[in-house]
Ligand binder design. Structure first.
Ligand code: ADE
Length: 254
């Protein structure tokens, strides 16, 4: 896969791309990530990339010319890959969007800054708009990194464990079950016994039930979309009928 990132702050990306899973995926050539500074495509003496908004009001708007020049200069006059603008006005990123984009051989990401980009960029250059959540950040750099991370870890070979992404929260439509590692007892808090039982079927069932419980109490909205077996449904019915049921995974008692 190839990802071209267009930004005014390429230096923000470098440290994260040189870390952990992303670094390994790049080294293994599962993904090639090219950073392009939009400012390099300005033609004026002061390398200006923003200007005041027509109609007045505060804030600065990213000018269209350097953005068009950068993207067309790198990808050609008619880019034949999705050109994604990161903006709070885009469709909300979720795990299925990450899967969808990870199947693309090539992507271009445009990180906006200031109050936004000139509308003609959105109308005539961009083919998709993505938001990473209903809040406003100072720019599209972190959102681009979030999107890159969510996509790249899904590429075959990116994770040490080939099935690693399957159990992740949201991968199956449920939140993930709780994890424990050694020691078996820490400050008197013990790891649930079943996890050391060696009974793989019981462990799998326990994990599934914990995932169902966690999702039911924390994100019940997800259950409408999740793929549930007959056994899952029966388990959930039991919880819903139990008036005293509480989120056991929310325990913060000490
Ligand atoms: N740029 C600023 N805020 C953003 C958000 N929430 N998602 C994507 N891009 C953004």
């Amino acid at each position: 896969m190839r990802i071209d990132v267009f930004t005014l702050f390429p230096q923000v990306f470098q440290p994260y791309l040189e870390t952990s899973i992303l670094h390994r995926a790049i080294k293994r050539q599962l993904v090639e990530i090219n950073l392009h500074n939009i400012r390099d495509w300005t033609t004026d003496r002061h390398h200006v990339t923003d200007d005041v908004p027509y109609g007045g009001g505060g804030g600065m708007i990213m000018k269209p010319e350097p953005i068009f020049a950068a993207i067309e200069g790198v990808l050609g006059p008619k880019p034949n890959c999705p050109v994604v603008l990161l903006t709070p006005q885009g469709r909300l990123l979720d795990q299925s969007t990450a899967y969808e984009l990870s199947a693309q051989p090539q992507l271009a990401l445009l990180s906006g800054r200031y109050e936004g980009v000139d509308e003609r960029v959105r109308q005539h250059l961009v083919s998709d708009e993505i938001s990473i959540g209903d809040y406003v950040l100072s720019g599209g750099e972190l959102p681009s990194l979030v999107l890159i991370d969510a996509i790249v870890r899904l590429l075959p070979g990116a994770l040490g464990d080939p099935k690693g992404a399957l159990d992740d929260s949201h991968a199956s439509g449920l939140l993930e079950y709780p994890h424990y590692t050694r020691p078996a007892e820490f400050r008197g808090w013990e790891v649930p016994e079943i996890l050391s039982s060696g009974d793989h079927a019981r462990v799998a069932r326990w994990r599934r039930e914990q995932a169902l419980l966690r999702t039911y109490f924390r994100r019940p909205d997800l259950l409408d979309m999740a793929e549930l077996s007959e056994e899952d449904r029966k388990f959930l019915e039991k919880i819903t009928q139990d008036e005293a049921a509480q989120d056991p995974t929310a325990d913060r008692g000490d």
